[in-house]
Design a protein around this ligand. Structure first.
Ligand code: SF4
Ligand code: SF4
Length: 180
């Protein structure tokens, strides 16, 4: 199957062709600490792409459960960039408007991305503030813990920035336009 063919919504992902090397050994799925929460373990997701079941992959909750631990990537005998592909699949779901509904982690992903795009690094108070705007009940529940942490100087309230956050913002904008 030509996984970089025209009808494949994933064909513009530069690293997609690596999937051709997948031998379906399942090492990635066996190494993944979240595979029992996913609707398709990473190995299955790649098999679905190779057989052309794109809609199933676009609607899959799997990439949203990926916590970027890199266990799959480190162990893959064919050196397939599984984690990078999970990131790309999330972006593709956003582009195609197929982000699964009712998943809190999609909002956490957005909050994380926006915070890094703005400052070049994560400040927990900003991250949780952004997430809390979409999940006010969760924000209220977490508020006492946040206050305790702030009083013990375990929660940074000022934004932590890299020296030139604009460079990260530009990188984000480039990748959002399909660059690599
Ligand atoms: S570990 Fe690598 S080769 Fe094995 S199934 Fe996963 S992606 Fe494919
Ligand atoms: S990087 Fe993602 S897909 Fe890979 S093992 Fe970790 S959680 Fe699972």
């Amino acid at each position: 199957m030509n996984i970089t063919g025209k009808n494949n919504p994933y064909s513009d992902i530069g690293k997609l062709s690596h999937i051709n090397r997948c031998i379906q050994c399942g090492t990635c799925s066996g190494s993944c600490p979240l595979s029992d929460k996913m609707d398709h373990a990473p190995r299955e997701l790649f098999a679905l792409i190779r057989e052309g079941s794109y809609e199933e992959v676009l609607a899959s909750i799997t990439p949203w459960f990926c916590v970027s631990c890199y266990a799959c990537m480190v162990r893959c005998p064919k050196e397939i960039p599984v984690t990078d592909l999970m990131y790309a699949f999330k972006e593709k779901a956003r582009e195609q408007g197929t982000v699964p509904k009712n998943l809190n982690m999609t909002d956490m992903y957005d909050a994380f991305s926006k915070t890094v795009k703005q400052f070049g690094r994560v400040t927990e108070s900003f991250l949780m503030g952004r997430y809390g705007m979409r999940h006010p009940i969760s924000a209220v529940k977490n508020a006492p813990l946040a206050v305790k942490m702030a009083l013990r100087h375990r929660l940074e309230l000022k934004p932590q920035k890299i020296e030139n956050p604009d460079t990260i913002t530009r990188l984000y904008e480039l990748t959002e336009k399909g660059g690599e």
